[in-house]
Ligand binder design. Sequence first.
Ligand SMILES: Nc1nc2c(ncn2[C@@H]2O[C@H](COP(=O)(O)OP(=O)(O)OP(=O)(O)O)[C@@H](O)[C@H]2O)c(=O)[nH]1
Ligand SMILES: [Mg+2]
Length: 461
Amino acid sequence: MRLEDTIAAVATAPGEAAIGVIKISGPRALEIADAVFRARSGVRLVNCPGFTVHYGVVWDAERGEAVDEALATVMRAPRSYTREDVVELSCHGGPVPVSRVLQLVLSQGARLAEPGEFTRRAFLRGRIDLIQAEATLDLVRARTEESGRAAMEQLGGQLSAEIRQLRRALIEVLAEVEARLDFPDEVGPLQVDQLRERVAGVRRVAEELLATAKAGRILREGMRVAIVGRPNVGKSSLLNALVREARAIVTEVPGTTRDVIEEWINVRGIPVALADTAGLRDTQDPVEAEGVRRALCAVDRADLVVLVLDDSAGIQPEDVRIAKWLAGRQSIAVVNKIDLGCDQITGEAVQDLLPGARVVRVSALRGWGIQDLETTIAQLAWDGVVVSRHKPLVTNIRHQEALRQAVEHLSRADAGLAEGIPAELISIDLREAWECLGEMVGESVSEDVLDEIFRQFCVGK
Ligand SMILES: Nc1nc2c(ncn2[C@@H]2O[C@H](COP(=O)(O)OP(=O)(O)OP(=O)(O)O)[C@@H](O)[C@H]2O)c(=O)[nH]1
Ligand SMILES: [Mg+2]
């Protein structure tokens, strides 16, 4: 990362829009912007204070022509997104003006920014930590308000504050242990019970945070739900009822659906990728057979499987085969077509078929029971996590992994203290735990990890 470079990029989405913004950041940002921008008032951007906006034109000096009308926003270090000097040129949002303005800026010596480089600079210059940098991407990508809220919470630094506090507590414990190593004669023996309690306190909080990770990840990444069952039980009708439009073809012909049909829906704030699949049966038709193969793949990828049963047909041998194959997966049994009033499938029969599954009775055709199904999906997504929570949510698998490792080292340190093993060994585990937490906030993290994280950003963020 060459922080001495001045970088530039288009900050807005490509295509036609009301405005297009070219962002410039770095030590020469003002000078470069000044070379391409002529303010109507005659002021020079290099002389302008931060947080001022100037009207003028972007000027191509070589051709002697105005490229576009623009507003130039000046922000001066350290009071900017990157903590560097920043100028944003807001011009008309068409592909031609935007790319010409960018080309001019680059011709004055700015370098095209790499993906996420503005945010990476904000991190490297200490304005935000790594959790917050990752949260900016989560916020941009959020699919539901609830996901956005979780990202905003992390951006606001609540998770970071919690992690920092754990690190402070650990460093104090570590100092006491290490003092015994450095000055064995001057300090008294270890207060083992008291230290164990403090280690246990840190571990408890780390475990509480970890407990939110399943729901947190679902909020960030969404939950994959596959709808499966025999042909003609009403799987596509159920997808349409949940999506609230006629997305999938529905006919009375068994074997209608061939491809997997996927739609994102919002279930009580949880982003859900819903997949309708081909009815599962033995078939000679090569097209349908491929559909069945794809259905099985969709089930493999799913976090939750919805098995649809036809109340008017009762439980069939095929249903039993499918249910056996779903054993051990998180699933919901949906008894469909209850509008026909046949009552062929009882709750007990479903329990025998798919032990432990939640059962919801619906009519996909009439929309009955769809809200119950949504409630059930949401409950399984939160799965024991109290929504009115005291602890911030852990939404990121990288954070989850770091916390898991920290907890492991803390358990080992605790066992070591209990068994009276030498302080050197205990201090190793305490230090490891401290570093795992440091990786979360980005205080002990390798360039490779940073590259990996920021690669996911778009250019200009
Ligand atoms: N009465 C009634 N009929 C339904 C209901 N849901 C679906 N059907 C009918 O059942 C037939 C099959 O519905 P689909 O939604 O195509 O069933 P599927 O499970 O997707 O079928 P395949 O794609 O062939 O596997 C259609 O004629 C639907 O109108 C329901 O709740 N009540
Ligand atoms: Mg279908």
